[in-house]
Design a protein around this ligand. Structure first.
Ligand SMILES: NC(=O)c1ccc[n+]([C@@H]2O[C@H](COP(=O)([O-])OP(=O)(O)OC[C@H]3O[C@@H](n4cnc5c(N)ncnc54)[C@H](OP(=O)(O)O)[C@@H]3O)[C@@H](O)[C@H]2O)c1
Length: 337
């Protein structure tokens, strides 16, 4: 049996549960391609999935049913899939029967979502799945860290319509979704106030923010805390600010969009969905190939850039996870394989 290298965890736990291993190499079935993974990342999903039971349902950023669905999906007591890694870049090394759109040697990148699997030398993906060709001139390491945040930000922002000239606040602008949303909004003509922790301030200026606030020093929801005045949109990645607080800095028809939300926000979204006035808009970003294609186009146009702060070898994934959890990283964290 052909084998491959991987970094796995066979039980949930701290970063130390991650260790190198050899696994059976998957094969491309009909309609599938085999990808040699060269780059992947450490993102929110990897940290969560590495140690699902460590998160209490009440601390989870989404309604409790989502937590239980995730816990069942990832495996209740032990991980049902030993591999993490939701985004990647690499090249196609084998195509299954009937594959017409990708060929051996194509450079690709993709998003696996909760299926994970990119912490390995090879992975199999359906040719019509969330996998697209790497555009010419785009570096694979950038694609590997933008697939998740980029496609999620696009899925959340596209339905909001054009935001040219809009005043926008992003709370949690230095994470995967926030960094992508910031750049997409700026490219679309919005003026963005970015809120993040102290170590990420400089990076957010570089990515195009008009104002950058440190949440350890400033209460961003307090009127007068920002130079910007009122906001047409507040995008709150962790959903912790809340509509009541956000309404003080929203324009009369401003929208509060918690990317992570609990039940009260769902009720507020239903209550405010009609008529004029301030609204809460909640949305689950659809996992669509078009979003990933848009990530590719934006990377090629230079309007979506990676901000890779640290790179590790995949063998060093435990160290990378430790560094992220210790708050010792800034920007995207790349794993090379
Ligand atoms: N709605 C959807 O479709 C959807 C899809 C995917 C994910 N999600 C949700 O999105 C979240 C993950 O987003 P992500 O991957 O971008 O996360 P991430 O990379 O972990 O980023 C988290 C962000 O929150 C900031 N933050 C931490 N503490 C904060 C505080 N006290 N005040 C303000 N900001 C604070 C961080 O800033 P510093 O690092 O600078 O401290 C960082 O910018 C999860 O809750 C997930 O459930 C929603």
């Amino acid at each position: 049996m052909a084998m491959m290298t991987a970094t796995v965890r066979v039980r949930y736990g701290p970063p130390e549960v991650l260790h190198p291993a050899r696994l059976a190499r998957p094969e491309a079935g009909p309609g599938e391609v085999l990808v040699r993974v060269r780059h992947t990342s450490v993102n929110y999903g990897d940290l969560f999935a590495r140690d699902v039971p460590a998160v209490r349902p009440g601390d989870f950023n989404m309604p409790a049913p989502f937590f239980y669905a995730a816990r069942i999906g990832f495996g209740w007591l032990r991980p049902s899939n030993p591999l993490l890694g939701s985004e990647y870049a690499g090249e196609v090394v084998e195509v299954g029967e009937g594959v017409t759109t990708l060929t051996v040697g194509d450079r690709v990148f993709g998003y696996r979502s909760h299926r994970m699997g990119a912490y390995a030398e090879f992975l199999v993906e359906r040719e019509d799945g969330l996998i697209v060709r790497l555009p010419p001139g785009v570096s694979p390491d950038a694609a590997a860290v933008l697939a998740y945040g980029g496609s999620t930000a696009i899925g959340l922002l596209d339905p909001l319509g054009p935001l040219s000239g809009a005043m926008v606040m992003i709370v949690g602008a230095s994470g995967s979704i926030g960094m992508a949303a910031l750049q997409i909004l700026v490219a679309g003509g919005a003026r963005v106030t970015a809120v993040a922790g102290p170590r990420n301030q400089e990076m957010l200026w570089d990515l195009g923010a008009e104002e950058v606030l440190d949440y350890t020093r400033v209460r961003a929801m307090e009127p007068g805390a920002t130079r910007a005045g009122r906001f047409d949109l507040v995008l709150d990645v962790r959903g912790r600010a809340g509509f009541e607080a956000a309404s003080a800095i929203l324009t009369p028809e401003g929208r509060y969009v918690p990317v992570s939300f609990k039940l009260p926000a769902v009720v507020q979204a239903l209550r405010t969905r009609r008529g004029r006035g301030q609204r809460v808009v909640i949305r689950l970003a659809p996992e669509k190939r078009e979003s990933l294609e848009q990530v590719a186009r934006r990377m090629m146009a230079g309007t979506l850039r990676a901000a890779i702060g640290q790179s590790f070898d995949l063998d060093g994934a435990a160290e990378a996870h430790r560094a992220v959890e210790a708050g010792a990283t800034s920007g995207h964290v790349l794993l090379k394989n």
